[in-house]
Design a protein around this ligand. Structure first.
Ligand code: SGN
Ligand code: CA
Length: 519
């Protein structure tokens, strides 16, 4: 055991034996699950990710200060619908049937269904993105597809409905209204408050349009990555800030081309276009070129992305303030997370999908005053397959054997149970809209082994995350790493067996998925 590990275990052991701050937890706590879309942990100040300090998120940070921050939480397949299906089922994509954009089979086991059967009032509002209608919810109002930032539409059991306002505010209003109505009903509740933001094309709320206008963001070290140290797939991407981000649609130059302009009110449209006018004129007068143009795009991208995050943060504040005011704070678990991470210029990119750190990671913050000690920091390797069993255990509901994740409740209590030493990942949507090759892999605390298994890309990468945290140089062919490579290859095989995902080649993938679809 390394020195660091032994110190960690010693600390964990001390924490585990320390008395909890409060008496026994309520057997059926309320659950408020706040889930954003594409919110990278580089954009949550509590993480202080690589000391970047891109923004401040004081309300999300309250969850870390008053509860637990998971520092090594990851998804199993870094895109929207697959991550959402995994959160609901506690299973990896190949078993829940959503490896990419398939219709979610709502007849399968989900944790909201189990909570509903156990007497919880359940609701979901905002982004759903699983094609079929939600099941297991007493109330639901979800955006069609990706949803819209301005005056969003909702599908509801009573038909479609448009609600005027900014989506992040509207979704919070719906969640708050549900909480208020259930407060006195005597039944515990689960509400999933799922924001469309900060998904592409990053449209800030009217009040935040000028929020970041004069800020200058630090550039990531890898903004001008040339992909030389990795195998071919990285350089075949179509998600570069330089070549693939659109000036009009993504970056609002000019500001009258974004898709949503048509659904805005006259006032909203006027304010939206006015917010970019001055800077767009300056650009026009003296257009930057080459690297300076990439820098300009990066700044404009972050200005809007982080303004969308600012609305999320203030709405998390509204939820937390209400829980306190209503006397619900102690008996309510509040979770903040996002379906996957995102690139904020690292490797020159936007979007996600890769098993590289920034898109593989998912933020996870949990406040549960009755159980979690303020300021708890969890460093174990956790994953979105663990969410469902956590909620089930917290609610006192049995965890079915078929679930692949493990409850995080012991970690929340500060205990240090025997824990996994490796995570499995599998991305199926390649090459897709952003040119990311299909791949699977394994990550341990220190190393990451990735296999690109499509016929056109067949290749491997190995990273030493301690020596190369930015994943700039694969050491797969370095003789010094031969032993590690052998160990990880074996372990990856074991994980494939453990998670029942036998796919090794593109042909096997096709056969496996068509068999599943035909079931
Ligand atoms: C849209 C976006 C993509 C994004 C996918 C998936 N293009 O297609 O950039 O990767 O959604 O996002 S856009 O032109 O429509 O903005 S996900 O969050 O649903 O996985
Ligand atoms: Ca997403």
């Amino acid at each position: 055991m390394s020195l660091r590990l032994s110190i960690l275990s010693a600390v964990a052991a001390i924490t585990a034996t320390a008395p909890l701050l409060q008496a026994a937890p309520p057997s059926r706590p309320n659950i408020v699950f706040v889930f954003a879309d594409d919110h990278a942990l580089q954009a949550i100040s509590a993480y202080n990710y690589r000391g970047l300090s891109l923004n401040q998120t004081p309300n999300i940070d309250r969850l870390a200060a008053q509860g637990a921050i998971f520092r090594n939480n990851f998804c199993g397949n870094s895109i929207c619908s697959p991550s959402r299906a995994t959160v609901l089922t506690g299973k990896h994509s190949h078993l829940n049937g959503v490896t990419a954009w398939q219709k979610f089979d709502g007849s399968q086991f989900t944790f909201p269904k189990a909570l509903q059967q156990a007497g919880y009032q359940t609701a979901i509002f905002g982004k759903w993105h699983l094609v079929s209608n939600p099941t297991g919810f007493d109330e639901w109002m979800v955006h069609p597809g990706q949803g819209s930032y301005y005056n969003p539409d909702f599908i509801t059991p009573q038909g479609n409905k448009r609600i005027n306002g900014y989506a992040t505010d509207v979704t919070t209003d719906l969640a708050l209204d549900f909480i208020k109505r259930n407060k006195d009903a005597g039944k515990p509740f689960l509400v999933m408050c799922q924001y469309k933001a900060p998904h592409r094309t990053w449209q800030p709320a009217p009040a935040n349009l000028n929020l970041n206008k004069d800020r200058k963001y630090p550039e990531p070290a890898t903004l001008f990555d040339d992909y030389a140290g990795r195998s071919a797939p990285a350089s075949k991407h179509r998600m570069g800030i330089d070549r693939h981000m659109r000036m009009d649609y993504d970056l609002k130059y000019p500001a009258d081309k974004i898709f949503e302009l048509g659904r805005m009110t006259d006032d909203q449209r006027r304010d939206f276009m006015a917010a970019y006018q001055e800077d767009n004129r300056a650009f026009e007068a003296d257009p930057p070129t080459g690297k300076d143009l990439v820098r300009w795009k990066y700044q404009r991208y972050l200005r809007d992305y982080l303004a969308c995050v600012a609305s999320i943060d203030s709405n998390v504040g509204r939820l937390l303030d209400y829980l306190k005011e209503a006397g619900l704070e102690r008996d309510t678990i509040v979770v903040y997370s996002s379906d996957q991470g995102f690139y904020l210029g690292e490797h020159g990119w936007f979007d996600k999908r890769w098993m590289y750190e920034e898109s593989f990671r998912m933020p996870l913050l949990v406040r549960w005053p009755a159980v979690v000690k303020p300021g708890t920091s969890v460093s174990q390797l956790t994953q979105n397959i663990d969410f469902a069993p956590t909620f089930l255990e917290a609610a006192g509901v049995a965890v079915p054997r078929e679930i692949q994740g493990v409850s995080l409740v012991p970690l929340l209590k500060g205990e240090s149970p025997p824990w996994r030493d490796a995570l499995y990942y599998h991305y199926y949507d390649g090459p897709g809209e952003h040119g990311v090759a299909k791949h699977y892999g394994i990550r341990t605390e220190r190393h990451k082994l990735i296999r690109y298994y499509a016929d056109a890309d067949n290749t491997w990468e190995l990273f030493d995350l301690e020596k190369d945290p930015n994943e700039m140089k694969s050491v797969y062919d370095d003789p010094a790493y031969a032993a590690i490579r052998g160990e990880l290859t074996k372990k990856l095989d074991q994980l494939k067996t453990q998670y029942a995902n036998p796919i090794r080649t593109e042909a096997e993938e096709k056969a496996y998925l068509s068999k599943q679809a035909g079931k």
